[in-house]
Ligand binder design. Structure first.
Ligand SMILES: [Zn+2]
Ligand SMILES: [Zn+2]
Length: 144
């Protein structure tokens, strides 16, 4: 299996982009978390280790990781683009809290089978599957 850095290098080569040490550092930080991070979240994490890296570099790098297939876009309906590691994590589904934005993940082979079965019936080839379920998390429900 290829590593994330190999994916990045292949993508950069294909698109005539030079390798960049800063971008590799941002990738290292991105891969160190299991969270779903926005460019702002990632910048905060990057700054702790590499204070000289700025927002636009982080923003552009994250976009590039997305295009290279390393980062998967997660939208929770608040207009903020968040990303998670697309390669390391198994395909999973999301329970998204509409109040605080918390994202809980779950996997369930039965759900995946159900999707495959329905897709087959319609002669549809599934390449990715993800279900986003919206609601209120236990913390937010306890507050009400
Ligand atoms: Zn919540
Ligand atoms: Zn996720």
């Amino acid at each position: 299996m290829k590593t994330e850095l190999e994916y990045l290098n292949i993508y950069q080569k294909k698109h005539g982009l030079k390798r960049s040490r800063q971008r590799n550092r941002i990738l290292e930080i991105f891969l160190s978390t299991d969270r779903h991070v926005s460019a702002e979240d990632l910048l905060e994490m990057v700054k702790k280790k590499y204070p000289d890296i700025g927002y636009s570099t982080v923003y552009r790098s994250l976009n590039l990781f997305h295009k290279a297939g390393i980062a998967r876009l997660v939208e929770i309906g608040d207009g903020v683009a968040r990303y998670e590691n697309a390669l390391k994590q198994k395909q999973h589904h999301h329970l998204i809290c509409e109040n605080c934005g918390r994202i809980l993940e779950f996997t369930d082979p039965k759900v995946d089978e159900m999707i495959e079965k329905n897709a087959r019936k319609k002669k549809f080839k599934v390449t990715r599957r993800r279900i986003d379920v919206f609601g209120l998390c236990d913390r937010c429900r306890a507050q009400k």
